[in-house]
Ligand binder design. Structure first.
Ligand code: SF4
Length: 353
């Protein structure tokens, strides 16, 4: 499969020229993508989880309030919703209702899940509405998986079976949902990763992506293995063909490089709603008051996005001297920031296109 068809690193902002032009003119733009964290609870306990610092008190986002906010967001021009965040989204009992409601409003939707609850009616009511489903499997063998996810080895096969059933359902229904697996590289043996990729491919999934681990400043989990090199990336990506993408996210591979931009410009295009209703500027800073615009329980989204309401957060972030010290490497908005920085700081002779 063409890597560019499933662009996992990089930005797609160039496909939203109207919003970009508005931003360039200094007008208010509303988030194109909103990430939603339906719950901060999780049935797994991944050793490296970036959100381990968050108090996991099993809070569930109020579905009625969220659906009212989705009505508003659609009017404001938001295009896509990504269910992910602090916990396992599928643990929210009303998630299928929320997703159905959002589908009726015309949102593009994506889901990040550990796949354990992608079963039965939950699966059949979610898959038709998803642009993509990404399942996190952070071990190349059942034992490794159990150790990293802090669960039983049996769940490794259970999740793969769930994914196989989701693919079969997609095929039966003639749906186009992209279903893939992402594995964070935590020093697994390359031959095991390749065997895992082969298995995923044989199940009919669309892709297998290996993502380099990026340290989060507030997460004590540290690694002591070398990053994947070109030599061991080759056997993994060699699994790719016309119908399957096997990739090592090289954008994230270079995560040790310094940022090319001095200010975070991407925030007007993104928002993250977490389980308690608070809205944050970006994922790596969830729970930090300096990055919180307020709560959907206290105001409408329009009020929340008023520049005067966001000023406290934007002023704080604009005042950060060194984003590399403040922020984790390769945050989700990194590529967008690189693009916007270039746009704001053009090279000489731009008319020579
Ligand atoms: S650079 Fe990334 S992590 Fe830092 S504030 Fe911007 S979006 Fe958030």
């Amino acid at each position: 499969m063409d890597q560019n068809r499933l662009l996992m690193d990089g930005t797609k902002i160039q496909y939203h020229l109207e919003a970009l032009a508005k931003w360039k003119r200094g007008e208010t733009v509303y988030p194109i993508l909103v990430e939603i964290s339906p719950t901060n609870g999780c049935n797994h306990g991944c050793t490296f989880c970036a959100y381990d610092y968050i108090n996991r008190d099993n809070t569930f986002l109020d579905a009625d309030r969220l659906m009212a906010v989705l009505d508003e967001l659609r009017e404001l021009g938001t295009k896509s919703l990504f269910y992910s965040g602090e916990g396992e989204p599928l643990l929210h009992k009303q998630l299928t209702e929320i997703i159905g409601h959002a589908a009726g409003l015309g949102f593009s939707q994506g889901l990040n899940t550990n796949g354990t609850a992608l079963l039965g009616e939950t699966m059949t009511s979610i898959v038709p509405h998803m642009s993509f489903i990404r399942c996190s499997i952070n071990g190349a063998t059942a034992e490794e998986y159990a150790e990293t996810h802090r669960t039983k080895p049996k769940q490794f096969d259970d999740v793969l079976r769930n994914l196989e059933a989701a693919v079969a359902f997609r095929e039966r229904e003639g749906l186009e949902t992209t279903i893939g697996v992402q594995m964070v590289y935590l020093g697994q043996k390359v031959e095991d990763i390749v065997a895992m990729g082969r298995r995923i491919k044989s199940l009919g999934l669309n892709y297998f992506s290996v993502k380099q681990f990026n340290e989060h400043p507030r997460n004590p989990f540290k690694t002591d293995f070398d990053r994947l090199t070109d030599d061991n990336i080759g056997p993994i990506t060699a699994l790719s063909d016309d119908g399957f993408l096997a990739t090592v996210r090289t954008g994230l591979q270079s995560g040790l490089e310094k940022r090319t931009y001095k200010r975070c410009l991407a925030l007007p295009f993104f928002a993250e709603i977490v389980a308690n209703g608070e809205v944050y500027a970006c994922g790596p800073h969830l729970g930090e008051p300096d990055y919180c615009y307020g709560s959907i329980h206290d105001m409408t989204f329009t009020q929340m996005w008023d520049p005067a309401n966001r000023a406290k957060v934007t002023n704080y972030i604009d005042g950060v001297d060194d984003l590399d010290c403040e922020c984790m490497p390769n945050c989700r908005l990194d590529a967008l920031n690189r693009f916007l920085w270039e746009l704001e700081n053009p090279p000489a002779h731009v008319n020579f296109i």
